[in-house]
Design a protein around this ligand. Structure first.
Ligand code: MN
Length: 284
């Protein structure tokens, strides 16, 4: 069954990770995912390539996020899909939906926690700050409105395995739910444990959550992750348990050789493509 939404935003933002290859990911996803009806292609300007206040390419990242917020405020979609782009490309949509649904829960399905601030980030890359922004902390030019924030208790990290020291400390202090890669592999249905059925959910899918052996087409390959089938099972469990109101797909690098069926399996689990068995298309 296809997932219904009001708008698709195609956001080729790459400056947040400073890796231009993810811009092509947005266009490739726009081809893989049949349009939900209304599809907006967002243009990303080529701003100054410098570090400001500890954030790389701050000007262009901030202006892109601001432009997205303005569009979302005008259209006020009840359900929205972002085809990114880096891991900042969908933050404005997640904020918008958090403002609309006070009981929104967020699944951050990603090898990384994206919980850095400009002060804690070793790289200064905004794509490692997205979830922290959604929680209401970060550079003032990237932060959204106070009414569009999510409490840490409403966030579940899924498949995270490469956390910076500051992120780990923050996550533990905040008591954030964390389903580690082994748990995703052994019992993907448990990903929704503790969350009330039928509540609205936002799914941030950074495809680097998958083990790069299975899906190498990512900007930040991170070993020791779950295979695509396990991630797809976890995504299907989220879709079955919740009313999914928003999805963001990020950090896909189509220029790296990979099996297209793996991407289709992930997208299919979220109702964004016809579901199919990824293992069937694997080379014998
Ligand atoms: Mn990631």
């Amino acid at each position: 069954m296809m997932w219904q939404r009001d708008v698709d935003l195609v956001v080729p933002l790459w400056q947040g990770g400073d890796d231009v290859r993810v811009a092509a990911g947005a266009a490739a996803l726009a081809r893989l995912v049949p349009s939900g009806g209304s599809r907006l292609h967002v243009s990303v300007s080529d701003g100054a390539r410098d570090v400001v206040d500890g954030v790389r390419n701050l000007d262009v990242v901030a202006s892109t996020v601001r432009g997205l917020r303005e569009r979302l405020a005008r259209r006020d979609p009840a359900r929205a899909l972002t085809l990114g782009g880096d891991c900042v490309s969908d933050v404005a949509v997640a904020e918008h939906l958090a403002g609309r649904y006070p009981d929104l829960v967020v699944y951050w399905v990603d090898a990384h926690a994206d919980l850095n601030t400009p002060a804690s980030s070793p790289s200064g890359k905004a794509h490692g700050m997205g979830l922290r922004l959604l929680l209401g902390e970060g550079h003032g030019r990237l932060l959204g409105a106070a009414g569009a924030r999510v409490a840490a208790s409403r966030v579940t990290l899924v498949g995270a395995r490469d956390l910076d020291r500051g992120e780990l400390e923050f996550m533990r202090a905040a008591g954030m739910a964390w389903v580690d890669p082994v748990e995703v592999i052994t019992d993907p249905d448990r990903v929704v444990a503790g969350r009330a059925p039928g509540t609205p959910a936002y799914v941030h899918l950074d495809v680097d959550v998958c083990d790069p052996v299975d899906l190498p087409a990512v900007a930040c390959p991170t070993p020791q992750g779950p295979l695509v089938d396990s991630v797809a099972a976890a995504l299907a469990a989220i879709s079955a348990h919740h009313e999914v109101v928003g999805v963001g797909v990020c950090e896909y690098v189509p220029v790296i050789e990979h099996e297209r069926a793996k991407m289709e399996a992930l997208l299919g689990a979220l109702g964004l493509a016809a579901p199919r068995d990824a293992s069937r298309a694997a080379p014998a």
